[in-house]
Design a protein around this ligand. Structure first.
Ligand SMILES: Nc1ncnc2c1ncn2[C@@H]1O[C@H](COP(=O)(O)OP(=O)(O)O)[C@@H](O)[C@H]1O
Ligand SMILES: [Mg+2]
Length: 1080
């Protein structure tokens, strides 16, 4: 069940003054103070919220608080401004009633803060979404912009609003914000040129100078030093707790969010700078011929800079400060201005510039935030207007401000009473009128169209002839003298004649909030609010779009000779419209109270608060509320709260709610005069009755608590007992089960034992029988097997015994051989006769066969090889073979000849023409033709000869002439001798007694010794008739027959020499020594 809370829970003092008992001014103040001391700054009077400024931030505006107050009834939680905002928002959304939030109080009481809190609460609880959030953000961000331009530090408030602001926030049917409209009321423009002691000019000037970048300042031709500007009073330029530079950034950011363009912001800042510059323009008198003084600008630098900033022609503005043109119907009269008038004109221009800029800002913001759709809106208006003010010197501005506050008080009184009364009528309750102070009479004194103060002032301003502030006061003195609330020294009312607190130039009004002394000086001027036409025309001519817009009346094409309406008249009219607007809406009041004059936290100055309580009429407010009925509540919630006080309504009442409440009241025996039944609510006259009900409820709640406790305890014990009981049964059941199980298992195991013994005995018996049977069967089969074996052996003996072993052996051998040959076929080496490889034998017993096969294979491949040879090749090889047989291992020259092919005819004798003659002498085919050296036997030197070998002869011819020197028939050749060494010497020995032997043997040396001798040996053998072979002697010492003598040719081994020619030397008659160089 949802916990219902109430305003009455945990209450400090009383949250609603209506419940105050006893009600007196003292108890009222005491209650406020008590709550203030406990940080409870909000207190209700019925649905009116009193807010006491705490002058410090309290942790009561967090998002959690917003959630707490969201959608809760007004009296459900402790008093808070959020409760009021929630109530207003919900009745706007759910009951379709336009709302207005009226925030009143003195300057510095917290109105502006309150208005921001209401707006932020509504923003937090209303719909969400991108578009809606943008609207909300723009609405909220309009505040910093307007505060920068319209707020200033005053002695009462560091952030005092110097203009009135009424903002209509528009919502659609779902309660989502659509946009807003801001109306502003009379900015206190005199502040631009002059500020009272201890106060500042509008924030924006200080923010611009502190917060703008150097670059921006340079562009605006400004200096950061406040003291450079006449319009900025110095005594409180810096305010503790205000960071002007940071605020400037906030303002610029806010302007961007609201939708100001970059150049618009720049134009605004230029205007602000221009106002500062304007303040620095000073004048000096210049005498003229007619004796009058004419004003001249003293130092033209500031004027120049200002004109540059705004794009104004300097001479035009300068002239406007020295002359004034008055246009009347058809004439134009130009008069000069003296210094005082010039200063007046300058200040008027500054004020006008600033106030028009401010109005433009409001219009511009409205353009941004206005609702985009034309559909019907619901509206919530928030009014935050300057508070009631009493200064030391009060002038026209205070008069206007205080008038506005009077009007608000009036509307409060009217609407509070009317609403109260209407409710009684609506609910059908009898109602008698209540007395209260109505300030309508004061409003009348000020605004009456015939003889009100404002009407008088206007009349004076329009009157021809000399008009001064004094003539205005005179007029008041005659017209208002009799008024109760008007006091003046010179009025016809003689009771003030000796009142010295009332100076001659002043009048005093008894406002609802106190007496205020107004000094008439400046009233007429300020009401007239004149700006010389020359100045507005100069402004219109400016080459600056914003300035031009602000001074439309300067347009020479639209000269309007009619007087503009006075400031007072305009204000009265706009206040009138505002009041009418407010009256159409459902009002919600926040009445702000200032606890002290020091702007300090924790201080509660009783006299000050008392004064405010009095003039705000709060006591009357409570009384009115109580004279009717102090407390009212819808039947439903009332029954819900108190139903436990009566047996018939507790715990549920099934009938209509009103009847339930009636039964309840009757049962409680509340005297009938103490309450009334309305149509939907019960009205309780006296707070005591409510407290009685609350007290009974508290007791009853205690009893109920005890009852709940009792039942709970009983329930708890019984539950515990039941649990124990249930547990016991469970335990018992488990135990029984366990015991039975045990017993069963015992019997079961005994049975099993008996059973097993019996079965064992039976089984053993069976086993014995089976074993016996099996043995019998086995014996029978063994006997049968033996018998069969004998039978079979007898029958098949003859088939075994023969050469099984040999057959197997042969077969195996065959198989092995087969395998061997097949393998050999695969692994045979190549067909090259010089290939020495041969596969390994697989079995040792194949050794001999293997070697034989290798030899056969070799022979076979040699034969194959040979069979490829042609006849010539065969002859060549046979020759080579013969050479081998002759020389191999016998002569060391032999190995080098093996690789050289035997060419035979080295000289190509038949083809070469050189040897033509020689070849023609030889009849047979030349088998060898080569150049040899014939060794001279006298000195061993050689001479070149051509050696020709034919089938029958050996011829030696001269190499040059080709003439045959010697011819030996082959049969005459006995033998050939060569050495064992590496030389080419050979001796041809002739048969003794033959024809050729006459000249003796030949000792020759040839490059192709092996070939020559081989051929000689071969042909020599075939040529001999008897088939005797030519001898070839290989020895290192042999004899050669030279003609008669025999000479021994001896070969010795010489030292190795370059070139391997052997040298031959004749040692003596009988010895020819050939030195053969050793082969390296
Ligand atoms: N609810 C609040 N909580 C904290 N400080 C507050 C509150 N209301 C007002 N103040 C303080 O009081 C100062 C004056 O409040 P402000 O709303 O500007 O007064 P007013 O608009 O009535 O002249 C604020 O600047 C702020 O410091
Ligand atoms: Mg304010």
């Amino acid at each position: 069940m949802e916990v219902k809370t109430s305003l009455l829970d945990n209450m400090i003092g009383v949250g609603d003054m209506v419940l105050l008992e006893p009600l007196s001014e003292d108890s009222f103040l005491e209650n406020l103070r008590k709550r203030f001391d406990h940080n409870e700054i909000y207190t209700y009077i019925g649905s009116v919220v009193i807010s006491v400024n705490p002058y410090r931030s309290l942790p009561i505006y967090s998002p959690e608080k917003v959630e707490e107050y969201r959608n809760r009834n007004f009296y459900e939680l402790s008093p808070h401004i959020y409760a009021l905002a929630d109530e207003a928002y919900r009745s706007l959304r759910d009951q379709d009633k336009d709302q207005c939030i009226l925030i009143t109080g003195e300057s510095g009481a917290g109105k502006t803060e309150a208005s921001k809190l209401v707006m932020s609460y509504v923003a937090a609880v209303c719909g969400k979404g991108q578009e809606v959030n943008k609207v909300k953000e723009q609405l909220l961000q309009s505040n910093p912009v307007l505060e920068a331009f319209g707020n200033a530090k005053t002695v009462r408030n560091d952030n005092s609003s110097r203009f009135g602001k009424y903002m209509d926030i528009e919502f659609d049917f779902k309660g989502d914000p659509l946009g807003g409209v801001i109306s502003n009321y009379l900015l206190e423009k005199s502040r631009v040129v002059k500020q009272p002691r201890g106060e500042r000019n509008f924030h924006i000037f200080y923010q611009l100078l502190s917060g703008a970048s150097d670059d921006t300042l340079k562009k605006l031709k400004l200096n950061r030093d406040f003291s450079k500007y006449n319009y900025l009073s110095l005594d409180s330029a810096v305010v503790t707790g205000l960071d002007d530079a940071a605020s400037f950034r906030t303002v610029k950011n806010a302007m961007q969010i609201v939708g100001f363009m970059e150049d618009e912001v720049q134009s605004v800042l230029e205007l602000v700078a221009a106002v500062l510059k304007l303040g620095n323009i000073e004048f000096k008198p210049e005498s003229r011929c007619n004796g009058a003084d004419e004003s001249r600008v003293k130092d033209k630098n500031d004027l120049k800079e200002m004109c540059e900033l705004l794009g104004i022609e300097q001479t035009v503005l300068e002239r406007a400060f020295s002359y004034r043109t008055v246009e009347a119907k058809l004439e134009k009269v130009s008069t000069t201005l003296n210094v005082a008038q010039a200063y007046y004109a300058r200040d008027a221009l500054a004020k006008n510039l600033y106030i028009r800029l401010f109005s433009w800002l409001v219009t511009r913001i409205n353009e941004s935030i206005k609702a985009q759709t034309k559909s019907r809106h619901k509206v919530m208006g928030v009014l935050d207007i300057y508070g009631f003010e009493i200064f030391e010197d009060n002038s026209f501005e205070q008069f206007i401000i205080n008038y506005c506050n009077e009007k608000l008080q009036q509307i409060f009184i009217e609407l509070t009473l009317r609403e109260e009364q209407e409710e009684y009528v609506r609910e059908g309750i009898e109602w008698t009128n209540i007395e209260y102070f109505n300030n309508a009479i004061i409003c009348d004194l000020i605004e009456n169209n015939q003889n009100g103060i404002m009407a008088m002032l206007d009349e004076e301003c329009l009157r021809p002839g000399t008009v001064t502030d004094e003539t205005f006061l005179d007029k008041l003195n005659t017209v208002c003298a009799e008024h109760q609330h008007f006091e003046s020294r010179l009025s016809k009312n003689s009771k003030f004649l000796n009142d010295h607190s009332l100076p001659h130039s002043c009048f005093r009004i008894q406002h609802y909030a106190g007496k205020v002394l107004y000094c008439v000086e400046g009233f007429v001027d300020k009401n007239n609010d004149l700006l010389y036409r020359d100045l507005s025309q100069a402004m219109f001519k400016a080459n600056h779009s914003l300035i031009k817009q602000l001074f439309p009346e300067g347009n020479p094409a639209k000269v309007n000779l009619k007087r503009p309406p006075t400031a007072g008249f305009q204000f009265k009219a706009s206040v009138g419209t505002l009041m009418k607007n407010l009256q159409t809406k459902n009002p919600n009041y926040i009445r702000c109270i200032k606890p002290n004059d020091k702007k300090a936290a924790h201080i509660f100055t009783e006299s000050l608060v008392c004064h405010q309580v009095r003039y705000l009429g709060l006591m009357e407010n409570v009384r009115v509320r109580r004279a009717g009925y102090a407390f009212r509540q819808l039947y439903g919630p009332c029954l819900e709260r108190y139903k436990m006080l009566c047996k018939r309504t507790w715990p549920h009442w099934r009938g209509p709610e009103r009847e339930g409440v009636e039964v309840l009241m009757a049962d409680l025996q509340v005297p009938t005069e103490e309450f009334s039944y309305g149509r939907s609510k019960i009205f309780i006259r006296n707070p005591r009755t409510l407290f009685f009900l609350e007290e009974r409820r508290r007791q009853c709640l205690q009893d109920l608590a005890t009852l709940i406790q009792k039942i709970y305890r009983g329930w708890k014990c019984r539950t515990h007992f039941l649990l124990l009981k249930k547990s016991q049964i469970v335990v018992a059941a488990w135990y029984r089960r366990y015991a039975q199980q045990k017993k069963y298992q015992k019997i079961k195991s005994a049975t099993t034992v008996v059973q097993s013994y019996t079965r064992g005995w039976q089984a053993r018996k069976l086993l014995r029988e089976l074993k016996h049977q099996k043995r019998c069967e086995e014996a029978a089969s063994t006997i049968a097997a033996y018998w069969h074996g004998a039978q079979v052996r007898r029958e098949y003996r003859k088939f075994f015994r023969a050469n099984a072993g040999k057959k197997i052996y042969n077969f195996t051998i065959q198989r092995i051989m087969q395998k061997y040959f097949l393998a050999l076929r695969r692994t045979l080496p190549s067909m090259s006769p010089i290939d020495k490889s041969w596969p390994a034998r697989p079995y040792r017993f194949l050794d001999a066969a293997h070697a034989e096969l290798r030899a056969i294979f070799h022979l076979w491949r040699c034969k194959k090889y040979r069979s490829q040879f042609t006849e010539e090749k065969k002859a060549v090889y046979e020759e080579k073979l013969e050479a081998s047989e002759l020389f191999k291992d016998k002569k060391s020259l032999y190995p080098s000849s093996v690789s050289q092919p035997f060419k035979g005819d080295y000289l190509e004798i038949s083809k070469n023409p050189k040897y033509h003659k020689l070849s023609s002498c030889v009849e047979e085919k030349v088998l060898l033709a080569d150049v040899v050296n014939k060794i001279n036997r006298a000195n061993g030197k050689g001479a070149s000869r051509i050696l020709l070998l034919t089938k029958k002869n050996v011829l030696l011819a001269d190499q040059k002439t080709g003439q045959v020197k010697a011819s030996v028939a082959l049969p005459d050749l006995a033998s050939v001798s060569v050495s064992t060494q590496n030389d080419g010497f050979f001796a041809l020995k002739l048969r003794e007694g033959s024809a050729s032997a006459v000249k003796g043997d030949f000792l020759l040396s040839s490059e192709h010794l092996i070939e020559t001798i081989t051929k000689l040996h071969h042909i020599g053998s075939t040529a001999s008739d008897d088939g005797v072979r030519l001898n070839v002697d290989i020895t290192d010492e042999f004899l050669v027959q030279f003609k008669q003598d025999k000479v021994c040719v001896k070969f010795i081994q010489g030292a190795p020499k370059n070139g391997n020619g052997a040298s031959c030397k004749r040692k003596n008659n009988r010895l020819l020594e050939v030195s053969v160089p050793a082969t390296a």
